[in-house]
Design a protein around this ligand. Structure first.
Ligand SMILES: [Fe+2]
Length: 163
């Protein structure tokens, strides 16, 4: 039987993550924290709507689907660890976490920065986590984010050169 964490009981949550499974905190952070898969999905959906360039629009959309897979993977890991996969990390998710940049050049640079940051964080977490299944999932995600960063870089260069 899953032990469902009650969001109103913060003390219990911190006890649980301190006591046995510190990695749960990482999972929640990646899942629905300020820089998370949920943030990425919403940011890319916003960009898919506002970007006029068809090729870039499709690229962003495709990448957002990978992030949805990541979200589901993280949520499933949280659930299977006995925690409630609701969208929160210390607080409920806030749509203010999303970057609403509209300028194509700046938005691509932001995406490259975000993907690079996400990949680095997944690699660092994978090192610290002792559960090999979770670590290998995070390493898979890191590789996806590195590929995303590269695709955004290519798109950026094709439009704006190597500045
Ligand atoms: Fe991701």
């Amino acid at each position: 039987m899953n032990e469902i964490f009650d969001i109103n009981d913060e003390k219990k949550f911190f006890q649980l993550i301190e006591n046995n499974r510190a990695y749960i905190k990482y999972l929640y952070e990646d899942y629905a924290g300020p820089s998370s898969e949920l943030t990425a999905i919403l940011q890319y959906t916003y960009q898919t709507i506002i970007v006029g360039n068809k090729k870039i629009k499709n690229l962003i959309k495709k990448i957002s689907y990978d992030e949805m897979e990541h979200l589901e993977g993280l949520g499933t890991a949280i659930w299977e660890s006995g925690f409630d996969p609701r969208f929160w990390y210390l607080n409920y998710f806030n749509a203010k976490y999303v970057n609403y940049e509209m300028d194509l050049k700046k938005l691509l640079l932001k995406n490259i920065e975000d993907e690079t940051f996400a990949a680095k964080r997944y690699r660092e977490q994978a090192e610290k986590i002792e559960d090999p299944r979770i670590s290998s999932m995070l390493l898979d995600f890191a590789r996806d984010e590195e590929r995303h960063a590269m695709l955004f870089k290519k798109a950026y260069i094709s439009l704006f050169g190597r500045s």
